[in-house]
Write a protein that binds this ligand. Structure first.
Ligand code: 6GU
Length: 245
């Protein structure tokens, strides 16, 4: 998968894209992320990339010209993207299901706004999808774009040292993850559950499932309600492919 990220603040995203699991995956070409400075698409160096909103009110709006020039230059160079996604608090909520879907696209462009956002005409004509990462307001789309990229890259084939790891993630089957332990087996008087040290893989699998359900019921009963609703909607069909992919 290839991601072109268009931003007025490239320096905000560079560090995270070079660090940790994400940095290593990108270095190993599991996916490609290219960062584009919106300012480079201004007509001349003095040309502003933002301007006051028509009708007044506070804040600044990203001008359509530089942004559209940037999007058109990308299309000329790399072809039509599968999606042009604008990160905005009024977009559709990003979930593991959307991550699974988007992770299968070959080429996406992410557009991040600052200030009051981007000109509505760009949203209408050039943006194909709008995504929010949750019900709170951030000062720009850069951190949300990194959230998307991290969630998508780790789902790419070869991204994780252990491919099984992605399948046991919280949310991958609408359940939270089971507790995990490492050595030492006894720490300050607290012992690792015996079952995990039993070597009985069937018992371990069942224990983990039960703990996942218990934890989900206690912390996120809404997730259980959601999967029950889905079961009711499709009583005879196989479970959603996204969840077991
Ligand atoms: Cl995608 N952008 C901004 N600015 N704030 C957000 C968001 C996005 N998602 C949640 N809050």
């Amino acid at each position: 998968m290839t991601v072109d990220l268009v931003t007025a603040l490239p320096e905000v995203v560079r560090g995270p894209l070079e660090s940790g699991v994400l940095g290593r995956a990108l270095e190993e070409d599991t996916a490609t992320v290219r960062v584009h400075d919106l300012r480079a698409s201004a007509e001349d160096p003095q040309d502003q990339i933002d301007d006051y909103p028509f009708g007044g009110g506070g804040g600044m709006v990203l001008k359509p010209g530089p942004l559209v020039r940037c999007l058109e230059a990308l299309e000329d160079k790399h072809g039509v993207p599968d999606d042009v996604i604008y990160l905005t608090p009024d977009g559709e909520r990003f979930t593991q299901k959307s991550a699974n879907q988007l992770s299968r696209k070959e080429y996406i462009v992410l557009v991040t706004g600052r200030y009051k956002g981007i000109d509505e005409r760009v949203r209408r004509r050039w943006i194909t999808r709008e995504v929010s990462i949750g019900d709170y307001v951030l000062s720009g789309g850069e951190l949300p774009a990194l959230v998307l990229i991290d969630a998508l890259v780790r789902l790419q084939p070869g991204a994780l040292g252990d491919a099984r790891s992605a399948l046991t993630d919280s949310f991958q089957d609408d359940l939270l993850g089971a507790p995990v332990y490492t050595r030492p087996a006894s720490f300050r008087g607290m012992d690792v559950p015996e079952v995990l040290r039993s070597g009985d893989h069937e018992r371990i699998r069942r224990w983990r499932f039960d703990e996942s359900v218990r934890r989900t019921r206690a912390r996120r009963p809404d997730l259980l309600d959601e999967s029950e609703k889905l079961d009711e909607e499709a009583p005879s069909s196989a479970p959603d492919g996204d969840k077991t992919a």
